[in-house]
Design a protein around this ligand. Sequence first.
Ligand code: ASP
Ligand code: MG
Length: 406
Amino acid sequence: MGLVVQKYGGSFLENAEKVSKVARRVIEAYKEGHSVVVVVSAQGSTTDELLEKAAEINPKPSNREIDVLLSAGEQIAIALLAMAIEREGHHAVSLTGYQAGIFTDSNYGSSRIKSVDAERIIKELDKKNIVVVAGFQGWNKYDDITTFGRCGSDTTAVALAAALKADRCEMYTDVAGVYTANPRIVSDAAKLKEISYDEMLELVNLGEKNVLHNRAVELARKYNVNLIVKSSLDDDPGTIVKEVGTVERMLVRGVARDNDIARIAVIGVEDKPGVAFRLFSLLAKEKICIDIILQSIGRDNTKDISFTVKRENLNKTLDVINANLGVIGAAEVKHSDKYSKVSIVGAGMVNNAGVAATMFEALYDAGINIHMITTSEIKISVLVDVQDADKAVKVVHDKFNLGEVK
Ligand code: ASP
Ligand code: MG
């Protein structure tokens, strides 16, 4: 029999009753003869509550202390789940990220896993223990606790599945699984049976970040981890995330929306070589990631460059530009954060003419104005007014008949 990693999101562990239910589910897998490693998130909204507590004490706490605080949420969850398993008459052992050998870099609050030493976990599995590991945390070269960023427990699960060469990694997610669109926006969104790593990564990066942590998908792709996303404890098979070639190529697999966008327009820069280089190298130096870029055609020896950044980076971006206005040579800088990015994703669009036109037609029919467009082999994104975003998701979803996906 094989080794299974199961990850449970916080909503599965909200109270004693739910923890017991998860315990029974874990025991079921164990009784089937598998070695079982369980990764858990903090119960319910514990992480948010801990952040609120921190804010009451200090509006600008250090990332190191935040990591010590937040990691406690997962530590509570592992102990409670191990106790629940023991009450059912089975052996369980809870391990923190440190005890589980998860070694990270020192970026407190958004650290990345550098290595996993699974020796302790293997020893516990050999003793026939069910191993319960705290998600979202590790330790660094200073012997400090580090955390991976929101939703980071997914990454713990995939990293352990890769290190242990697990047969499969089952993700019981807080949200409803992988759908053709967010079911809270589109009532007839369909649950996908399968999706490729690349498509999944695009959906997550294009705004559906609650479905899976992007690092988790990257790791799964890198180590070819057999990933199954489930939204309930019943027998629903969930969504399988796997390699592109093995997934049926559908034109469009899903629609994503991201409201976390700001646009900056740098107007009236000189129309000559080096201008874009100067602007974007200044921003790169400050580690500001740029998303969509649009450059107007030149007129009277000047042109405009507009681009988008994450909303949280808007002020920093404006500061950099304003401090360097002389170097950039702009006549005016405008900005707005009243935009949203709506994207379609699908590996099948690569060789398919007309996908973009179909998307734009849907938006035109709904009277939705497009401000910017960007495309890649497997996605098309448009920038629309934030108040149009949900409608845009709906009409595009409809246009491609995604509600009928089986
Ligand atoms: N508890 C953390 C959070 O709420 C990590 C996770 O749930 O994966 O973001
Ligand atoms: Mg959570």
